[in-house]
Design a protein around this ligand. Structure first.
Ligand code: BDR
Ligand code: CA
Length: 313
C-alpha cells in the first residue's frame, strides 16, 4: 500500500526534484501540494507547484499558504540560489491550473481528518503552514502519521549563519512550534544533506531516458550547480529536499539519533536547531516535556542517488 503524503513546499530547484521524485514512485500517494514563501514568494511558489504537478501529469490539489513568517521580519528570497523564477531563470511556460480556494493550513487539517493516522506531512520549506494548522486544530498532532522535514542542523555548520539552516531561520517561531508539538517529527537537516552531492551527469542520464523530466531538471539544476561551484567549489548540488522523499520510501538509507529539538528564535543564534540527546537531563525549563525528534545523522549517499535515478528513469 502506498503512503499518503502532503508536500509543503517553496519551489525551488531542489523542491522540484523532491516533488517529481514523489510523483514518480508508486510507494507514495501525493494527496496535495501546499505552498509557502521561502525560496520565492508564496504566489510564485504556488505557480511553480502547479507547473510541477502538470509536468508530472498529476491531478492533485495545490493550496496556497502563508506569505510571511509568524513573528519576524521576512528575509529576502533566495534569488541567488534558485533564480528569480525559483527554477534557475529558465522561463518555463505558465501552468493552466489554479490553486484551491482553501488555505494550505485548512487543506492540511481537512485531509488529515479525512484519513486519521494515515497522512505524512513532508515539509520542504519554512514551517508556517504546519504551525498554523496546529494552531487552528491542535488535535491534528495525534492524527498525523509522521512529519518529515528538510531543515535545521544538529552538528554541521549552517548555510545561512554558522548555526542556522535556511528553512528554519526563515520562520524560527513556526519551526519551534513544529518541533515541540506532540507528533513524530523526523528532521533531515544539513548533517545528512551536506553528505549528498548530485552531479549533472545523473540528470543527463535521466534526460536521455525521460526527456520530459530530464530537460526541466537539467535546465533548472545548472543554475543551482553554479551557485554551489561559486560558493563551495564543488561539482554538483546538495540533494536537500529530495532526501525527504527517499526517507519516506526507504528510511533505512539513514542513520538516526534521538533527541529533543528547540529553535533559537532571536539573537545571534536565531534559527539554530538545538539538539538535546535523549536521556540527558537539563535544569533549564526550555527542555521540559519536549517530544523526541528523529534526527538523521548518517546517510548512504550512493543508495539514495541510485533510488532517485531509478525512480525517475
Ligand atoms: C533548504 O533551503 C532551500 O533553499 C532549499 O529549497 C531547501 O529546502 C536548504 O537549506
Ligand atoms: Ca525548499
Amino acid at each position: 500500500m502506498s503512503r499518503k503524503v502532503i508536500i509543503d513546499t517553496d519551489p525551488g530547484i531542489d523542491d522540484a526534484m523532491a516533488i517529481l521524485f514523489a510523483f514518480e514512485t508508486e510507494q507514495l500517494d501525493v494527496l496535495g501540494l501546499t505552498t509557502t514563501f521561502g525560496n520565492v514568494s508564496v504566489d510564485l511558489a504556488t505557480h511553480n507547484a502547479l507547473i510541477l504537478a502538470e509536468l508530472a501529469g498529476a491531478d492533485v490539489p495545490v493550496a496556497k499558504g502563508v506569505s510571511a513568517p509568524l513573528e519576524i521580519t521576512p528575509r529576502p528570497h533566495a534569488d541567488f540560489v534558485h533564480g528569480r523564477d525559483g527554477f534557475g531563470n529558465i522561463n518555463w511556460p505558465a501552468p493552466k491550473g489554479k490553486a484551491l480556494d482553501v488555505s494550505a493550513a485548512q487543506f492540511i487539517i481537512d485531509t488529515v481528518k479525512a484519513h486519521p493516522g494515515e497522512v505524512t506531512l513532508i515539509a520542504l520549506g519554512p514551517l508556517g503552514n504546519l504551525a498554523t494548522a496546529l494552531e487552528m486544530a491542535p488535535e491534528i498532532a495525534n492524527l498525523v502519521d509522521e512529519v518529515i522535514l528538510m531543515g535545521g542542523t544538529a552538528i554541521e555548520y549552517g548555510n545561512v549563519s554558522p548555526v542556522a539552516e535556511a528553512n528554519i531561520i526563515n520562520d524560527p517561531h513556526a519551526a519551534d512550534k513544529v518541533f515541540t508539538a506532540n507528533w513524530q517529527v523526523t528532521m533531515i537537516g544539513l548533517d545528512v544533506t551536506h553528505q549528498v552531492l548530485l552531479e549533472i551527469d545523473l540528470l543527463e542520464r535521466i534526460k536521455a531516458s525521460r526527456p520530459k523530466y530530464g530537460d526541466f531538471l537539467c535546465q533548472a539544476a545548472k543554475y543551482y550547480i553554479k551557485f554551489y561551484k561559486d560558493r563551495l567549489d564543488v561539482d554538483g548540488c546538495f540533494f536537500h529536499d529530495a532526501s525527504t522523499i527517499a526517507y519516506a520510501m526507504e528510511p533505512d538509507i539513514f542513520g538516526i539519533e534521538l533527541g529533543a529539538i528547540r529553535v533559537a528564535c532571536e539573537g545571534l543564534a536565531i534559527g539554530q536547531t538545538i539538539f538535546a540527546p535523549e536521556g540527558m537531563t537539563f535544569s533549564e525549563p526550555h527542555w521540559d516535556c519536549v517530544p523526541i525528534t528523529q534526527v538523521c545523522m548518517e546517510v548512504d549517499s550512493k543508495r539514495m542517488l541510485n533510488l532517485f535515478e531509478e525512480t525517475l528513469s
